[in-house]
Ligand binder design. Sequence first.
Ligand code: CAA
Length: 385
Amino acid sequence: MIDFSPTAEQKRFVELAREFSANEIRPVALEYDADPVYPEEILKKAHELGFLYTNIPESYGGSGMDHVTHYMVTEALNYDCCAIGQMIGISHLATAPILLSGTEEQKKKFLGEMTRGHKSACFCLTEPEAGSDAAAMKTRAEKKGDKYILNGNKCYITNGRDADLLCVFASTDPEKGTKGISCFAVPRDTPGIKTGRIEDKMGHRALFVAELFFEDVELTEENLIGKEDQGFKLAMMALDRGRVNITAICTAISQRALDEAAKWANERVQFGQTIGSFQGIHFMLSDMYQQIIACRALYLQLGWMLDQQRRCTTEAASAKCFASDAAMKTTTDAVQILGGSGYMKGSVAEKLMRDAKLTQIFEGTNQINRIVSGRGVLSGKNLLF
Ligand code: CAA
């Protein structure tokens, strides 16, 4: 039997997250968007409620939520501002490789230190010449005796300026392409790490994105996550989880767009009646709602697959494309319904539309995700039923 009823605990977490978002994020969302501020106070309060490390087991200081619950909470926390919402869940992607392949000692050390100190992590994969083609990375971790010497640079790293724990992918054998990449957990205070440019972005403005430079950073086996040369798969497995996360974030963006549009449609009077009484608006609202319920069903299903320890590469890539394209459409339609009022700077709809755009680009452009999804379909694997 398939049961969609949330447990009492899931309801409690989601209600708490909605309340937190309404009370703590909504009042500052537009302000932080106009003039980006690191949401330190919000993060502290989110930490007290157990929202910072939802995916990390309690034994390493997290809240130990299963994937389904984590994604439900993610939707709730991203409703009022997906930049601040993502800052709260920022360590989800970067800690995935450690959770998947770290030793018990590494989990205790890296995750334990992070959760105890209210710190955060970042996922360092992208480079100037290695975006969609992640395996083309030039960052090198050269083995010298019992050390790895890390040199290179990463770009567009979300939370790169503030993270204390860096999950870095580097080539350990440049001849071997995807089979010569390793994953390292690198504490921020390791000598040789420098922060470069902080990007000024169109949307997700309270989410800080930075360049990072590594100059002769000395690492050891203790920093190596999983086996040498097996980091590429770990990056891809982390992205499977991240792409479901984006599906939940997009659901939140679309839901907020629909709520803004419906509110306006119920209030705005033209031709002697509210514009919500016109069928043209019904059609648009219905199209938005159709996408939202599909997106929500997708992240619930994929969360369930991950909880069953089933691989969901094809599904996660498909869901990420569907939900981010939906977010772009629903937010564009929300601006359309709000008309001139929605297009003006400082309107929620305008912010949502800018925020939606990035979801079609990060964690694999939608073109790359369609390749992943299409390849999966051709392989005949990963089909749920
Ligand atoms: N799970 C497990 N293994 C996987 C896997 C997965 N999800 N995906 C691939 N693999 C394995 C493959 O099976 C293959 O192994 P074998 O050779 O043993 O069969 C190996 O990894 C190599 O995979 P591919 O042959 O598919 O590699 P490719 O180079 O042809 O293509 C790609 C890879 C799918 C295009 C990949 O490069 C990709 O996803 N690119 C996009 C990168 C991306 O999403 N970047 C976003 C960065 S993070 C971000 O944006 C957010 C931020 O702020 C940090």
